[in-house]
Structures are given as structure tokens and as C-alpha cells.
Design a binder for this molecule. Structure first.
Ligand code: GLN
Length: 255
């Protein structure tokens, strides 16, 4: 049998990497290699071309507005078309916070500047202005009968178009816009989220969901034998405890 391999494109690792976003790549690598699945991560900087069919998964992390501006220009001129083709073709994509915002139609900054998004995902994000409250803190999200945990820090409020559904429901924290209870977005195999942390090491079920989804496109259903996730489960439980220790701070609750 040919050895399975997961090919990942890591977009803009130098520009888009805060609150441990790079840890997501380490987690994916470990969870693949422990199952004898080869893992290849190519780092793509501004100016580097993206071949739409060369990858099973794409990752983009978060950043401040300044880096987002640099990347928005590159998405517009260099990688946007290939990214749209990849997502429409079923490639798995994980986008976190600033990267999530840039997968959409646009991100309007606090100063009112409109940064164009890649247009891969029908969402749009508006920062209500420099005096608006930032959404900062630990988050717990209900996701497919389980929970996702992470840390959010964003000023932008994200709204979803008709063909996009939220990744999960906010139990504690703010999520997309602090109003409608949604966190993140799913379209085809694109998963957008505000959760940093790193996200995947504390949410091994989600990491495996991404790996299985990414491999299925090339190889069909690939069984992923369970790993020893005792440390990950402890970290997950601790994150839930931290996020909910003053009672459930959810939508409509104490903010
Ligand atoms: N600059 C964006 C915002 O504040 C995203 C920040 C981030 O990625 N943490 O909404």
C-alpha cells in the first residue's frame, strides 16, 4: 500500500502568526506521523504562487491589521484565484482570526479602511471603531456534540452569508459578533474560527476531523487510530474551567 501523505500549505507564517497559531501545524504533524502518515508543510510567503491542486490542506493564522493589509494585497494579486479553486475543489482549509476574516468578502478596520478578502467564503467583517470593545478572552464552543476551546482577541465583528453556517455555538465568550451566538464558519471543507491558543493541540477531535477530511479527498475514508490524548484532554478541560469559572459568560450573559 502506498504511504499516505498529507500536504499542507501554510500561508504567510511570518505575517499571520499570533497566540501560538503555528502550534496548529506542529499538532497536525504529530497526529499524522504517529499514525505513519507522512506530513509535508510548505510555507508560502507573499509573492509565492499557490498551486490549487498541490495541497490537501491550507492553513492561515491571525494577525494585527498591519499584517492583514500586506496579506490582503497578496491574496488579491497572487493567491486568491488558486485559493478559490482549491476550496471549491474540496481542499480542507483552516483559517484563524485575522486569516478567517481575510477569507471573506472584506474586513473593514476600526479606521474604516476596507481590506479586500480572498472571497473564498461569504462572510464580511466590520470593526465598529476605535472605541468599540474588543472581544478578548477564553471561549467555549459547542461543536458536533463536543466542545471546542480557545482564546479570542478581535475587534472585528463577522457576519455570515446565506450559504455559510457557523462552526459552532458559543457557550462562553463572544464568537463571530457577540450577538448571534455563532462562532466561526464552515463552507465546503473550509473552517474559519476566531479561536487561537493554539487551537488544535487543545482540541484533538477537531484536529483529527481536519486530517480525516483532508485525506478523504485523495484517499477516501482513512481510519485514524486513537492516540493517547490524556495531556490534550487535561488541557481542554482546564480551558473549559477557565472560560466558565465565573459562571457561563455567553451571549446575553455577563460581558
Ligand atoms: N485585526 C483583527 C481584529 O482585531 C484580527 C485580530 C487577530 O487576528 N487576533 O479584528
Amino acid at each position: 500500500m502506498t504511504k499516505l501523505k498529507l500536504r499542507l500549505a501554510h500561508l504567510y507564517p511570518k505575517h499571520m502568526n499570533i497566540y501560538g497559531d503555528r502550534g496548529n501545524i506542529l499538532c497536525l504533524r504529530r497526529r499524522c506521523e504517529e499514525r505513519a502518515i507522512a506530513f509535508q508543510a510548505d510555507e508560502l510567503a507573499p509573492g509565492d504562487a499557490l498551486a490549487a491542486d498541490a495541497y490537501d490542506m491550507v492553513f492561515i493564522g491571525g494577525a494585527q491589521d498591519r499584517e492583514q493589509r500586506r496579506v490582503a494585497e497578496d491574496l488579491l494579486k497572487v493567491k486568491g484565484a488558486a485559493l478559490r479553486e482549491a476550496v471549491e475543489g474540496g481542499v480542507t482549509l483552516l483559517a484563524v482570526c485575522g486569516g478567517y476574516q481575510l477569507m471573506g468578502r472584506f474586513y473593514r478596520t476600526a479606521e474604516g479602511e476596507e481590506l479586500p478578502g480572498a472571497g473564498v467564503l461569504d462572510i464580511w467583517t466590520v470593526h465598529p471603531g476605535p472605541r468599540a470593545r474588543r472581544f478578548i478572552g477564553n471561549v467555549v464552543v459547542k461543536w458536533r456534540g463536543a466542545t471546542l476551546v480557545g482564546f479570542e482577541n478581535h475587534g472585528g465583528r463577522t457576519h455570515l452569508g446565506a450559504g455559510v453556517r457557523p462552526l459552532g455555538r458559543v457557550v462562553a465568550g463572544f464568537g463571530n459578533n457577540g450577538r448571534d451566538g455563532g462562532e466561526g464558519a464552515v463552507y465546503k471543507n473550509l473552517f474559519g474560527t476566531y479561536l487561537h491558543g493554539s487551537l488544535l493541540p487543545k482540541n484533538p477531535q477537531f484536529a483529527d476531523h481536519l486530517i480525516a477530511t483532508a485525506l478523504a479527498r485523495r484517499y477516501g475514508d482513512v481510519p485514524l487510530p486513537p492516540l493517547d490524548d490524556r495531556i490534550e484532554s487535561t488541557a481542554h478541560a482546564e480551558a473549559v474551567r477557565l472560560a466558565t469559572r465565573r459562571g457561563i459568560i455567553g451571549i446575553g450573559g455577563r460581558k
